[in-house]
Design a binder for this molecule. Structure first.
Ligand code: COA
Length: 258
């Protein structure tokens, strides 16, 4: 499928999805989010894709939020639909079976911050800025920001960021646990690729089980401990487990197939 708002490239088993609205600081229109979801969904069943990187075109922005000009005149029904559809996109990334890393190259505000938070890991350039400025527009975040920010940085700091709308720099985001690494802009893509390559070298089925178990910690009415017991047991009948244990016992490197 050809896209209007994103670029995709598959190299070395890594699919890079780049938001391509540089003149609008990669603001997320509804169509942009739909295209991201389509690319992510398709990658889940594409054996050639082992992991994904999500980034923004240009040096200034990862994504400066949902596109304000698009939703400025929405009514309750349209806005509710917009939020629910946005949640579907974020959930598709978060609950997918392949690791997605956000390479945050600049502004990651509002929906842009929410998109980065839906990814499994975040690598930020020193130029990145994070924030949930929705209170300045008269709305709360609508793509999961009130929930995932709390999960990542804790209630106290999340409440402060959400209530003030203040943006923070990459180093502050690192200190808070909002991002995993901070690197120079020139190294952003290579560092992100090397982190993803490292994960892609592990057992895909174990990686998938880790994602499910960790996500279950945050699901109401789901017992994450029970899920872990189940996934641990299930792992013992996977080819990856045979390969991993055989490789260890025979002092060789494992060659996982997933
Ligand atoms: N929605 C729609 N358009 C946006 C946008 C958004 N979230 N963020 C930036 N843009 C557009 C601007 O309107 C401008 O378009 P124009 O050149 O046609 O006028 C272009 O991107 C460049 O932005 P500009 O504001 O001129 O850049 P800046 O460097 O002066 O400021 C920001 C950068 C990020 C501080 C500022 O763009 C901003 O505050 N954006 C909105 C952030 C926000 O509230 N996000 C949450 C939305 S829910």
């Amino acid at each position: 499928m050809s896209y209007n708002n994103i670029l995709t490239s598959l190299e070395d088993s890594i699919l890079t999805i780049s938001i391509n609205r540089e003149s609008k600081l990669n603001a997320l229109t509804i169509e942009t989010l739909r295209e991201i979801k389509h690319a992510v969904d398709e990658a889940q069943t594409n054996d050639e894709v082992h992991g994904m990187i999500l980034t923004g075109v240009g040096e200034k922005a990862f994504a400066a939020g949902a596109d304000i000009s698009e939703f400025a005149h929405f009514n309750i029904e349209q806005a509710t639909r917009m939020s629910a559809d946005g949640h579907d996109v974020m959930n598709a990334i978060e609950n997918g079976n392949k690791v997605v890393i956000a390479a945050v190259n600049g502004f990651s505000l509002g929906g842009g911050c929410e998109l980065a938070m839906a990814c499994h890991l975040r690598v930020a350039s020193t130029q990145a800025k994070f924030g949930q400025p929705e209170v300045n527009l008269g709305v709360p975040p609508g793509y999961g920001g009130t929930q995932r920010l709390v999960q990542l940085v804790g209630k106290g700091k999340a409440m402060e960021l959400l209530l003030t709308g203040d943006a923070i720099d990459a180093q502050t985001a690192l200190n808070l646990g909002l991002v995993n690494r901070v690197v120079e802009p020139a190294e952003l893509m290579s560092e992100t690729r090397s982190l993803l390559k490292k994960i892609c070298g592990k057992s895909p089925s174990a990686v998938n089980k880790v994602i499910k178990c960790v996500n279950d910690y945050f699901r109401p009415n789901v017992n994450g401990m029970q899920r872990e017991i189940y996934e641990f047991g299930e792992a013992f009948e996977t080819p990856d487990f045979q390969e991993g244990t055989d490789a260890f016992l025979n002092k060789r490197k494992p060659n996982f197939r997933g």
